[in-house]
Design a protein around this ligand. Structure first.
Ligand code: ZN
Length: 298
């Protein structure tokens, strides 16, 4: 199996920033320590090319991010201060997902130790998302004749409004997004199927809901599934409002991987959000997703 990482995923942020930037480095360390991945399976992500960025984003927006001329308003909605390091990070994260998608088509499964930036729209980012990695990768694969149909399973606790705004309304793409009903984003865009869960939803209702809506993803017969495995439905998450346990998240991940495997559909994994403290709890939850993938895909 191949897994994509970058030392550039970590960018210094102002003190007390909510975003746990150090989780990327810690995840790689934990995956190696727990022997979920081996050093030889870790591949450095290449930056996404401008040609591919404009498959999902407007040329003006791409230029404004690359050159640092993006408006203060857009950067405020993104939630990070602009810096060259931040641009390099965004390019590496999207590049990692593009490579993981290609590897998934070859090997049946691959993952990026970042990505899942599902709030990025065509002409602006928001919610810690600058470029939309799934939209770029899917558009690239379709454009190059590698796939005809794709599905996204987005189980981050926040609705995938950017995925829906860039990729929605096409009959070759199916998007399932399951989220907390009272959570960010407040400007939503409809997915193929959106499922809203009440505050405090715990393992049983969550897994029941997923088991009800997941089969339709595979009945769509996608050539690949992109899985946004955000761990922010965790009870301890500061932004999540749901109440899943670590074990519930593992069962969630296994359900996605097992159904994909039995349908013979390759999976490209991106980690998505996670804001529980201490950060080790978030990192453990992300690492568990990779462990679940390993136990299903071998
Ligand atoms: Zn999230």
């Amino acid at each position: 199996m191949k897994f994509y990482f970058s030392d550039r995923y970590n960018v210094p942020l102002p003190a007390n920033h909510t975003f746990p930037m150090q989780k990327y480095f810690l995840l790689r360390k934990m995956l190696l320590e727990r022997k979920i991945v081996s050093e030889s399976e870790l591949i450095e992500s290449s930056p996404v090319r401008a040609d591919d960025l404009v498959l999902a984003h407007s040329a003006d927006y791409v230029q404004s991010i690359l050159l640092g001329t993006v408006s203060a308003d857009v950067m405020r909605r993104i939630g990070f201060p602009w810096s060259e390091d931040l641009v390099v990070r965004a390019l590496a994260a999207a590049g990692g997902t593009m490579s993981a998608a290609q590897s998934a088509l070859e090997d049946g499964f691959s993952g990026n130790l970042a990505g899942g930036t599902h709030h990025a729209h065509r002409a602006e980012g928001e919610g810690y998302c600058i470029f939309n990695d799934f939209a770029i990768a899917i558009r690239h694969l379709i454009q190059n004749g590698k796939i005809e149909r794709a599905a996204i399973v987005d189980l981050d606790v926040h609705q995938g409004n950017g995925n829906a705004s860039i990729l929605g309304g096409r009959d070759d793409i199916y998007i399932l997004s399951i989220q907390g009903e009272r959570n960010f984003p407040f400007r939503r865009v409809d997915s193929t199927v959106d499922v809203d869960l009440p505050d405090g939803t715990s393992d049983f209702l969550y897994l029941e809901t997923l088991s009800k809506f997941l089969p339709a993803v595979f009945e769509f017969k996608p050539d690949i599934v992109f899985y946004q495995a955000g761990v922010d439905p965790l009870k301890e998450d500061r932004l999540g409002r749901l109440a899943l346990s670590l074990e519930g998240l593992i069962q969630r991940d296994r359900m996605v991987f097992e159904q994909a495997k039995s349908a013979g559909v390759p999976v490209c994994l991106a980690i998505g959000g996670g804001y529980a403290l201490p950060v080790e709890l978030t990192v453990t939850a992300h690492a568990n997703t990779f462990a679940a993938a390993r136990s299903v895909f071998g």
